[in-house]
Design a protein around this ligand. Structure first.
Ligand code: TYD
Length: 137
């Protein structure tokens, strides 16, 4: 597998139709570089709580703060990048093999996740030490 890094995880602008009645954002197939196999979302996250804390071997994900804000810390075993997601018309692309932690959820925050595959526990690396040895191969 390609050794992807945190710099391979861009913020992508989601096309938006602005209207005095309210904005409408659309994620069509040209916007993200994978076919969506699963959609899930995090909500009612208690303040001070952290999510993530793992990497995926093959999964690509696209995260959008539909409401509120939260921070994402990306790690590739060498570098790290902390971003705040707080805009429903921007999303973060997380490539396979990148460690992620989600924290500092605001009250009412909703994190939408579009994923390239269905849920498979075998695709997770949940221990940071195991992740580091995985990346060093
Ligand atoms: P996990 O991916 O660890 O959550 P997060 O990274 O958002 O903190 O998943 C938490 C639990 O939910 C874990 O027991 C697996 C389960 N789960 C599913 O059953 N299906 C899914 O699509 C996801 C994302 C998680």
């Amino acid at each position: 597998m390609m050794n992807l890094t945190v710099s391979d995880c861009p913020i992508i602008e989601i096309p938006k139709i602005k209207d005095y009645r309210g904005n409408l954002a659309v994620i069509e197939k040209e916007v993200i570089p994978f076919t969506i196999a699963r959609v899930y979302y995090l909500f009612d996250v208690p303040s001070g709580s952290a999510r993530g804390g793992h990497a995926h071997k093959n999964l690509t994900q696209f995260l959008v703060a539909l409401s509120g804000s939260f921070d994402v810390v990306l790690k590739d075993g060498k570098d790290q990048n902390r971003l705040t997601l707080n805009n429903p018309s921007k999303g973060l692309l997380i490539k396979p093999g990148i460690w992620r932690e989600l924290e500092n959820f605001s009250s009412g925050a909703v994190c939408l996740v579009l994923a390239s595959n269905v849920y498979e526990e075998e695709d997770y690396i949940r221990e940071f030490e195991a992740y580091q040895s995985y990346k060093q191969r």
